[in-house]
Design a protein around this ligand. Structure first.
Ligand code: GDP
Ligand code: MG
Length: 291
C-alpha cells in the first residue's frame, strides 16, 4: 500500500512553523527569522519514502490585513484550511491565548485530523507546559496535543509517526526525489529576503520585494542577478548604505547561504530599483506572483 497526503502547518507568526517544516523535511526550505511575516508565499516541502509521500505546506501566519499585500497573504491562509489531510496547528509556550481564539473555533469544526503542537518547550518550566497542555486538550477535544521543540528536534519523530499513521492511501504526486514545488529562483529570493529582514530595521524589509532576474547554472558556478525593489528613493539609500556597506553585507550572507543550498559556487549581482507604492498596486502584485 502507498500513502500520500497534504499536511498543512498553520499557526500565528513566530511560533516556529518554518523551523518545524525544515526539520520535518530535512532541508532548509522555509526561511526562518525572528521577525514575523517572513513566509509570504506558501511553500511545499516534500518527503518521500518507498511507500509514502508527505507534502507539507508552510503557510503565512495569521495577521490582520492592512493593505493589499496582506490581504493576498491572508487568502493563502484561508485556502489552506480546506485542502489538507492532516493539520499541524503550531503554538508555543510564549504567545498569549487570545491570539488563538479565532483558530480554535475552526480547529474544533474541521473534519481533518488535527495535531496541536506546543513548540519551544525548551523555554518553559514543567508547570507552565502542563497548564498549556491542559488548556489545549480542553479547548480542542477533537485534537491530539504534543509537546515539541522544533529547534532542538525534540519529539519530532513522534510527530512524523503520527502523520504517517494518519495519511490516507494514495499515489505520489511529485517525483520521489523532488524536495519542493518552488523553483530555484524562488529559493534564491527567499534567501535574500531573509538577509534583508536580518539586516535592516523597522519598516524597510516590508517595503522590499526581491526579484531574481537571472539564474544561470554553469558546470562550476551559478550566476545570479537579483533586483531589490523598494517603494521610495530614501529606502534605496538605506538598502545600499554608506559606501554600499549595507548591501554588501546582504550580498555576502546571501551568497554563503546560496552556495550551501545549491552545493556549488555562486556569483551573485545585486541591483536596487524604486517602484512607487508597489504594495498597494494590483498590477505590481500580479507581477510578483501574489495572485
Ligand atoms: P514561523 O513564523 O511560525 O514560521 O516561525 P519561525 O520558524 O520563523 O521561528 C520563529 C523564531 O522561533 C525563530 O527565531 C526560531 O529559531 C525560533 N524557534 C523555533 N522553534 C523553536 C524552539 O523549539 N525553541 C526555541 N527556543 N526557539 C524556536
Ligand atoms: Mg515562517
Amino acid at each position: 500500500m502507498h500513502k500520500s497526503g497534504l499536511v498543512n502547518i498553520v499557526g500565528n507568526p513566530n511560533v516556529g512553523k518554518s523551523t518545524l517544516m525544515n526539520e520535518l523535511v530535512g532541508e532548509r526550505l522555509s526561511i526562518i527569522t525572528n521577525k514575523s511575516q517572513t513566509t509570504r508565499h506558501r511553500i511545499l516541502g516534500i518527503v518521500s519514502g518507498d511507500d509514502f509521500q508527505i507534502v507539507y505546506s508552510d503557510t503565512p501566519g495569521i495577521i490582520k490585513p492592512h493593505y493589499k499585500l496582506q490581504e493576498r497573504m491572508m487568502n493563502g491562509v484561508v485556502s489552506s484550511f480546506e485542502d489538507a489531510d492532516v493539520f499541524l496547528y503550531v503554538t508555543d509556550v510564549i504567545e498569549t491565548q487570545d491570539k488563538n481564539l479565532e483558530y480554535i473555533e475552526k480547529l474544533q469544526k474541521t473534519k481533518v485530523p488535527v495535531l496541536i503542537l506546543i513548540n519551544k518547550i525548551d523555554l518553559a518550566d514543567p508547570n507552565t507546559i502542563n497548564d498549556l497542555y491542559d488548556y489545549w486538550i480542553k479547548s480542542v477535544p477533537n485534537a491530539e496535543v504534543h509537546l515539541i521543540s522544533a529547534l532542538h528536534k525534540k519529539n519530532l519523530s513522534t510527530i512524523f509517526d503520527r502523520i504517517f499513521e494518519l495519511l490516507p492511501e494514495g499515489p505520489a504526486w511529485f517525483p520521489k526525489d523532488q524536495l519542493t514545488d518552488k523553483t530555484e529562483r524562488f529559493i534564491v529570493s527567499e534567501i535574500v529576503r531573509e538577509k534583508i529582514l536580518k539586516n535592516y530595521q523597522k519598516e524597510i524589509p516590508y517595503a522590499c520585494e526581491v526579484v531574481v532576474e537571472e539564474f544561470k547554472e554553469e558546470p562550476k558556478i551559478i550566476r545570479i542577478k537579483v533586483v531589490i525593489v523598494v517603494e521610495r528613493p530614501t529606502q534605496k539609500g538605506i538598502i545600499i548604505g554608506h559606501k554600499g556597506s549595507a548591501l554588501k553585507r546582504v550580498a555576502t550572507h546571501s551568497r554563503e547561504d546560496m552556495e550551501a543550498f545549491f552545493g556549488k559556487k555562486v556569483f551573485v549581482e545585486f541591483f536596487v530599483k524604486v517602484k512607487k507604492d508597489w504594495r498597494d498596486n494590483d498590477y505590481n502584485l500580479r507581477d510578483f506572483g501574489y495572485v
